[in-house]
Design a protein around this ligand. Structure first.
Ligand SMILES: NC(=O)c1ccc[n+]([C@@H]2O[C@H](COP(=O)([O-])OP(=O)(O)OC[C@H]3O[C@@H](n4cnc5c(N)ncnc54)[C@H](OP(=O)(O)O)[C@@H]3O)[C@@H](O)[C@H]2O)c1
Length: 165
């Protein structure tokens, strides 16, 4: 199973404010949809509950929500009480780790790929993408569209993942 981080980050690695995205970029939402459709999406409970009601669960994707508190969620949502349980419950080949901060922090060491959208400016964020070691990641592509930059990174030591099979 491929574990892929997907995040939009501002110039100080900000990702959210008051449990919401502090910006609205339709191009980025389209990009998120294109990347994740047909696959598994893993989110923290706060991120899931921050989605607009008519967008949750995210359609045409397997939704897994990390929680230790057993909230009432939609019947199509799978709950997991640990990352290990989330990996077990995922039935697709690709699992997209879609935030928020606590989930990125825990899952980053296990991810083999990162798909980042660079959002221009600063947005007074109160949640942040974790620092990562640039030495360990290779920038595979970088594309500009509508003022945003879409980047893809792979982990240089990804082979350790492959040798498990
Ligand atoms: N810019 C982006 O790309 C992006 C993407 C996603 C989210 N965001 C932003 O990120 C912010 C939310 O981040 P956050 O860190 O506050 O919340 P979060 O990571 O979305 O959710 C945290 C919750 O997830 C559950 N959880 C986390 N780790 C767990 C584990 N190992 N096992 C079981 N449950 C676990 C817990 O739920 P319980 O309390 O239910 O136990 C915890 O309270 C929002 O502002 C959101 O808009 C930004």
């Amino acid at each position: 199973m491929e574990k892929i981080i997907i995040a939009a980050i501002d110039e100080e690695n900000g990702i959210g404010r008051e449990n919401k995205l502090p910006w609205h970029y339709p191009e980025d939402l389209k990009h998120f949809k294109q990347q994740t459709t047909g696959h598994t999406v893993l989110m923290g409970r706060k991120t899931y509950q921050s989605l607009p009601e008519n967008y949750r669960p995210l359609p045409n994707r397997e939704n897994i929500v990390l929680t230790r508190s057993n909230p009432k969620l939609h019947e199509r949502v799978k709950k997991a009480n640990s990352l290990a349980e989330a990996w077990k419950k995922a039935s697709k080949d690709k699992i997209f780790i879609a935030g928020g901060e606590t989930v990125y922090r825990q899952a980053l060491p296990e991810a083999g790929k990162m798909i980042l959208t660079r959002i221009p400016g600063l947005h007074d964020c109160d949640s942040f993408f974790p620092e990562w070691d640039a030495e360990k990641w290779r920038l595979e592509s970088s594309k500009e569209n509508s003022g945003l930059v879409f980047e893809e990174y792979t982990r240089k030591d990804l082979n350790t993942e492959k040798t498990k099979f």
